[in-house]
Design a protein around this ligand. Structure first.
Ligand code: SDX
Length: 433
């Protein structure tokens, strides 16, 4: 077996002296060239989108895009999705280990007793128009938490970081559900501490003061799985946003609000909502060919939403689990013959056999199936990314806390390749007309 490199040398095709750089190895995955000293030589790298750049060391999540692997603290996602509830996975991500019985009870109890929002936060919701997108409301209300819990501007105190984590895990479901209730003109439904995390959220989403609402155990289990599958995913766009915002010492609520903002984009967490909008636009199996053609047309900005991934060049392991959950929920709800779901399954079949997608290794991703499951559960499109954000809050907290605790951590400050004007003299207005 070839020995692993320990050094890399950059040589130049002029008289610039070669630069020797160390090669670092992790426990799994690719080695990296440590380029931190390049700046001292007046040399910088260029990597738009950071496709070839490691931004940090992390112990939290490992992804292997070629083999379609996803581990959280070493545990394969398939095993976690099968055997855990969301709070156990959140504990694993944030504290590094699955909880024992006492830790599980203490963690769950702490979260249950922080689910209420400060009563005046009600007013933050009411500043919006009723047609506001729930993500816009969530970004604002999560950010506003810093005004109601100002002690968390201190990010160096571990106990305060732990309390911020509890408050976020506890209150983001309430904020997400109330962001929805506000837009449909229904009264806010308060959290019920006797319910599980998933049951509590679904109850706040669908209950009304007029009658009781009992959450289906099958749907609660499916929802827990949706949360687990979306909990963390290494250094994706929104997690990198949280880390960069946090690197300045910003409070955790500002960091998570920034993560929610980044996740909202249709190329990222907005893809599940965009997938359902695309299916609604396609409308009928007979029109799939037209849209597959558009997806291949480089002059058309249309992308087949819910397909492809920046890292996975194999099936997204989460998508495989979500696909199974999707069929379980459709069976439970008797929706397998629903035209929209039949259309989705037909699109999936055609795309995974089409040469263009096969050659580019564009498989259905987690967002393709999660949107279908949530639509089947009666969750409106506008809430899909809000639910993604609710789940990813656990991963963002874990990544933020790891970044703060990292002795190598410093404020993020990427460089650039300047391609603007050379120096020029000011031109007075009368010479500009
Ligand atoms: C998430 O990073 C993460 O981990 C994200 C995430 C997480 O958990 O945090 O996994 C969540 O964001 C999942 C991805 C959800 N996004 C979508 O479903 C939107 C649709 N997908 C595409 O926008 C796209 O696939 C991206 C944005 C996901 C990836 O974009 P890339 O890296 O530019 O895609 P690529 O380099 O793999 O593309 C290779 C080729 C290109 O064509 P060629 O230039 O080679 O001819 O595939 C084409 C692309 O144009 N392509 C698509 C396509 N995705 C890529 N063509 C049609 N439809 C698509 N969906």
């Amino acid at each position: 077996m070839a020995t692993k490199p320990t050094k890399a040398t950059i040589t130049f095709d002029n008289d610039t002296a070669p630069i020797e750089l160390p090669v670092l190895s992790g426990t799994l995955g690719n080695d990296v060239i440590d380029i931190r000293t390049l700046g001292k030589h007046g040399v910088y790298t260029y990597d738009p989108g950071f496709l070839s750049t490691g931004s940090c060391r992390s112990d939290i999540t490992y992804i292997n895009g070629e083999e379609g692997l996803l581990y959280h603290r070493g545990y394969p996602i398939e095993q976690l999705a099968e055997n855990c509830n969301f709070l156990e996975v959140a504990h694993l991500l944030i504290k590094g280990e699955l909880p024992n019985t006492t830790e599980k009870q203490k963690f769950g109890n702490a979260i249950q007793h922080h689910t209420l929002l400060h009563d005046q936060m009600d007013n933050v919701f009411r500043g919006f128009r009723r047609d506001a997108h729930p993500m816009a409301v969530m970004i604002s209300v999560v950010g506003a938490m810093a005004a109601f819990h100002p002690e968390h501007t201190n990010v160096t105190e571990p106990d305060l970081r732990e309390l911020a984590a509890i408050r976020l895990l506890a209150k983001v479901p309430t904020i997400a559900a109330w962001s929805y209730k506000f837009t449909i003109g229904q009264p806010f439904i308060y959290p019920q501490n006797k319910l599980s995390y998933a049951e509590n959220f679904l109850h706040m989403m669908f209950a009304t003061p007029c009658e009781d609402y009992v959450v289906s155990p099958i749907l609660a289990k499916a929802f827990e799985r949706i949360l687990i599958l979306h909990a963390d995913h290494e250094q994706n766009a929104s997690t990198s946003t949280v880390r960069l915002v946090g690197s300045s010492g910003a409070n955790p609520f500002a960091c998570i609000a920034a993560g929610i903002a980044s996740l909202w984009g249709p190329a990222h967490g907005g893809a599940n909502e965009a997938t359902l909008k695309m299916l609604d636009e396609i409308g009928d199996v007979s029109r799939i060919g037209e849209y597959i053609k558009r997806a291949k047309d480089k002059t058309d900005s249309f992308r087949l939403m819910g397909f492809g991934h920046r890292v996975y060049r194999n099936m997204d392991p989460r998508a495989a689990i979500m696909r199974t959950t999707c069929h379980e929920v459709l069976n439970e709800l008797g929706l397998h013959d629903d035209p929209m779901f039949k259309l989705a399954m037909a699109l999936e079949k055609i795309a995974v056999e089409d040469e263009y997608f096969v050659k580019r290794k564009l498989y259905p991703n987690v967002d393709f199936y999660s949107g279908i499951v949530m639509r089947a559960m009666g969750i409106p499109n506008s809430m899909f990314t809000a639910i993604f954000a609710l789940a990813r809050t656990a991963g963002w907290i874990a990544q933020w806390d790891e970044m703060i605790s990292d002795p190598e951590q410093r404020i993020g400050r990427p460089r650039q390749l300047y391609t603007g004007n050379m120096k020029r003299e000011f031109l007075p207005l009368n010479q500009r007309d």
